[in-house]
Design a protein around this ligand. Structure first.
Ligand SMILES: C[S@@+](CC[C@H](N)C(=O)[O-])C[C@H]1O[C@@H](n2cnc3c(N)ncnc32)[C@H](O)[C@@H]1O
Length: 293
């Protein structure tokens, strides 16, 4: 740890910067405006400290995939809402709402959820963006903000249906969050998500065997404690993913390497995720249409 102030800066700050680092991949030029100068500085320290210069590319690829996949799912017209859990300083819901609700007579309800202190700061920074970057105050005003600790929700067994009362057919986006939650909380979260007649989820996760696949990943995992206020708490085993897959009618389980390679080729760019020792071998899971539990 370099200093104690740095340890207080949330992972949301670094992620906001990295999301907009490769906007051709992420489709997001806005989120960087929500990162503070300290947050951007900390992201640069992270890249060096954990010898992970490709982290910005990883986050931009992930953000681009989340955007494309959410767009695809929500454009079916089957879903009435989209909840971003641990939304941090990401402008994803804004980008989706602006595109999907423009001429929609049955607008999709968008909700951003995070810890109270992050949501308060997010609101302050987004208000500034309306003035500085001329983003739409109307779109912003229709995105709901929920201040809640998901671990506390789990401990108190507060059901999703009680918190997201107007969401009958929701898509849940869980980006860059799941490894900061305890295993029991993740299990409970998936139960909540699959309790709807129709719902969907997209989340990225760290596979248990990732540490054997990638030097960069195993070194970072050993050294990351204390670098951020959030601590890494859960990984996924193949059995865990297989069990979760059984709860949905349709699933996708994708490697970030394959997503990056495909996106790069489409953009006529050189794929950079070749040697797994140089990036975190993150995976992304998409689950659609829960089977009745
Ligand atoms: C790496 S950031 C990702 C932010 C955003 N989803 C993105 O991709 O840009 C993780 C976010 O999860 C939030 N988070 C961590 N633990 C949480 C909890 N128990 N309840 C709610 N949010 C939490 C953090 O505050 C942070 O904003």
């Amino acid at each position: 740890m370099t200093n104690s102030k740095e340890a207080d800066i949330s992972s949301a700050e670094m992620t906001a910067y990295w999301r907009s680092l490769h906007p051709k991949l992420s489709g997001d030029t806005l989120s960087v405006n929500l990162a503070s100068a300290e947050g951007i500085q900390k992201a640069k320290i992270f890249e060096e400290k954990f010898k992970y210069p490709l982290v910005g590319r990883k986050v931009s690829v992930r953000a681009g995939f989340m955007l494309q996949k959410s767009m695809e799912i929500l454009s079916t017209g089957l879903y009435d809402s989209c909840v971003s859990l641990g939304s941090g300083f990401s402008m994803l819901t804004y980008i989706l709402a602006e595109e999907l609700n423009r001429d929609n007579d049955r607008p999709i309800q968008f909700i951003d959820l995070d810890l109270p202190e992050i949501v308060k700061e997010r609101k302050r920074r987004v208000s500034k963006l309306i003035i500085d970057k001329n983003i739409s105050a109307d779109v912003v005003s229709k995105i709901q903000n929920v201040e809640i600790d998901i671990e506390a929700m789990h401990a108190m067994e507060v059901s999703f249906k009680n918190v997201f009362r107007d969401c009958k057919r929701p898509l849940f986006i869980v980006e860059g969050l799941i490894y900061f939650l305890t295993n029991n909380c993740v299990e409970w979260l998936m139960q909540q998500i699959t309790r709807y007649d129709l719902s969907a989820v997209i989340f990225d996760y760290w596979p248990e065997n990732g540490v054997n696949e990638s030097l960069c990943f195993s070194n970072a995992i050993q050294a990351m404690a204390g670098f951020m206020p959030e601590n890494v708490k859960s990984f996924w085993s193949d059995e865990g993913i297989a069990r979760l897959s059984g709860y949905f009618k349709r699933i996708e389980n994708l490697k970030i390497k394959n997503i990056e390679n495909e996106m790069s080729e489409k953009m006529l760019d050189t794929p950079k995720f070749i040697d797994s020792n140089t990036f975190f071998p993150v995976k992304i899971f998409v689950g659609l249409e829960p089977k009745n539990r």
